[in-house]
Write a protein that binds this ligand. Structure first.
Ligand code: ADE
Length: 285
């Protein structure tokens, strides 16, 4: 080889080796996981029990469990309650695991009067109900700008269209636990709707009606839009799935205890079906 050519080849090889050593490890897109988050341990524990090759790791004091559901790599974590807890875990998740998509599962208060404990809301979109300008006339809802791009965030964060469609399809094939009621048992109703997020547990019928009227909310919870905002800003597909545990009214705290376990189980069952539907294709049971 002529000497100038040899020098160029050696330089390029050196630069390549140097950059491979100094750059953050890149994950093969094929092995990048799906992420499933919930606010409480119980919401992800059921899924944890279904993982194969499960491994636990702790980052900044937060536990992440990696493993597989079927052939699909999955990472699970519970965030704790509220927007800041959810944002912190989601940030660590996105940085360390580079998931291809994020699904948030858990319970919510139903503010659509047609929803009862046990029913499921697949969020077509999520919004904060405590962000904007509060004046005597009420809240003028508005998103803040992304710190990364300076672009204003929307009031409503849309669900990833592929995940939304897969969830609606999967819901029809999921064997949900029946909901016990005074007069026997009934089947779970699944709707696509708007889920709103704020840093309060809503136990006020008046507030629930306001959320339904002003934001078109079906359900209220305390984490979904924070996770959706981070995913939106980072271009990661996101879906929020919520099982109704109460009606966000004066009985909400008691109802939540009563229906929590069944609601957590049903949202875990739906996630598994979604993963199977997307990774095996629409025609597989
Ligand atoms: N999560 C479950 N029920 C809720 C409620 N009523 N308000 C906020 N978050 C909830």
């Amino acid at each position: 080889m002529k000497r100038p050519l040899l020098v160029v080849v050696l330089c390029l090889t050196g630069a390549f080796l140097l950059s491979s050593c100094t750059m953050a490890p890149r994950r093969d897109p094929v092995s990048r996981p799906w992420a499933v988050l919930g606010a409480f341990h119980q919401e992800v524990a059921l899924l944890q029990g279904m993982l194969t090759e499960a491994k636990r790791q702790e980052i900044e004091g937060i536990e992440f469990i990696t493993g597989r559901i079927g052939d699909t790599p999955v990472v699970l974590a519970w965030t704790g309650v509220g927007k800041v807890n959810a944002a912190m875990t989601t940030t660590l998740l996105l940085e360390h695991f580079r998931p291809t998509r994020v699904i948030f599962i858990g319970i919510a208060g139903g503010v659509d009067p047609n929803l009862e404990p046990g029913d499921i809301v697949i969020a077509k979109q999520t919004a904060y109900h405590d962000m904007g300008t509060l004046s005597a006339g009420g809240i003028d809802y508005g998103g803040v700008k992304s710190r990364m791009t300076g672009e204003p965030n929307p009031v409503f964060f849309p669900a990833d269209p592929g995940l939304l469609e897969a969830a609606q399809r999967a819901a029809q094939k999921t064997a949900f636990d029946l909901v016990k009621q005074q007069t026997g048992q009934r089947r779970v109703k699944v709707v696509a709707g708007t889920v709103v997020t704020g840093d309060v547990f809503v136990a006020s019928k008046k507030k629930g009606v306001e959320l339904a009227q002003e934001l078109g909310a079906s359900a209220v919870e305390m984490e979904g839009a924070a996770v959706a905002q981070l995913c939106y800003q980072r271009g990661v597909g996101c879906l929020v799935l919520r099982s109704i545990s109460d009606k966000a009214d004066q009985s909400a705290i008691m109802d939540k205890q009563l229906f929590y376990a069944m609601a957590a189980k049903n949202s875990a069952s739906l996630v598994v079906k979604i993963i199977q539907a997307v990774t095996r294709g629409p025609n597989v049971e």
